[in-house]
Design a protein around this ligand. Structure first.
Ligand code: ADP
Length: 255
């Protein structure tokens, strides 16, 4: 009888070990898949900004007269925009790897939300398109929240840059903040292209891009990162969108 029990325990242990090995293998397979998808995505996404940088740089070298200053400035701006686009693609990938490896460090601090958001909005105004405006509606008095300022900044910046990127010149982007005893609701509303209904359920999937957005540069990683960061902060996100009309993304945070 005793040997039977031993045998049973041994079998259970072996099955457990096999399952663990399978899990590790799956994880490695998933990581490899992600790496190869990144390589193919990167080789595609990097081509346009890199050739823009190259052509702008050669043009700058040709504009040697003082009256060419305006043209030079235009190309310097294009170089800056494209370098920052490439940097953000790399940063997105690094963030995802870090989150998926469970290595993301969360550091909760007390934040004065209005002050924090005002500074962020003025930074974001520098990346709006021609005539685009950001209108923010913040609480009348300062609200204190406990959150990780770096992660929260990335969440809001990702959502705001999408609102800017997927909307036309001259449109308005709104940031509305409301709160109750426990929670903060931060809504980012745009008048942009919206998300086709059939695509909405996949929106937070890694690498997913809606069908109407393929002509615009993007990786499909931003919203996946936003969702994972919010999980780390014990927050949540919802959205509403009508194709051709606009989208509203609302993040919900604990105070
Ligand atoms: P990226 O913008 O780099 O493609 P995201 O993960 O941030 O990646 O977004 C995934 C997809 O969701 C985008 O490709 C786009 O199709 C859609 N999307 C996100 N935000 C908006 C928005 N504000 N308006 C319209 N479509 C959006």
């Amino acid at each position: 009888k005793k040997t039977n029990i031993h045998l049973e325990a041994e079998i259970i242990e072996r099955i457990k070990a096999e399952n663990e090995a399978k899990k590790a293998l799956n994880k490695e397979k998933e990581l490899n898949e992600m790496k190869s998808r990144f390589v193919s995505m990167a080789s595609h996404e990097f081509r346009t900004p890199l050739s823009t940088i190259l052509s702008s740089a050669s043009l700058i070298a040709r504009y040697t007269n003082t009256e060419d200053q305006e043209k030079r400035d235009k190309h310097i701006k294009r170089i800056k925009t494209n370098v920052s686009e490439l940097t953000s693609i790399l940063n997105e990938f690094l963030s995802l790897e870090k989150i998926d490896a469970g290595k993301m460090h969360v550091e909760i601090k007390e934040l004065a939300l209005n002050e924090y958001l005002k500074e962020m909005v003025s930074d974001l105004e520098t990346i709006t398109k021609d005539g685009q405006t950001i209108k923010s509606q913040l609480p009348d008095s300062e609200v204190m929240i406990k959150s990780d300022p770096q992660l929260l900044k990335q969440i809001i910046t990702n959502l705001m840059s999408n609102a800017i990127k997927y909307s036309d010149i001259g449109s308005e982007i709104q940031m509305n903040v409301s709160h109750n005893g426990e929670k903060i609701y931060l809504a980012i509303k745009d008048q942009g292209m919206g998300i086709p209904e059939g695509d909405q359920k996949h929106l937070f999937d890694k690498f997913f891009r809606a069908h109407n957005s393929h002509h615009i540069q993007g990786t499909g990683l931003g919203l996946n990162i936003v969702k994972k960061y919010l999980e780390l902060l014990d927050g949540d996100i919802t959205f509403e969108s009508v194709e051709g009309k606009g989208s509203t993304f609302t993040i919900i945070l604990n105070k």
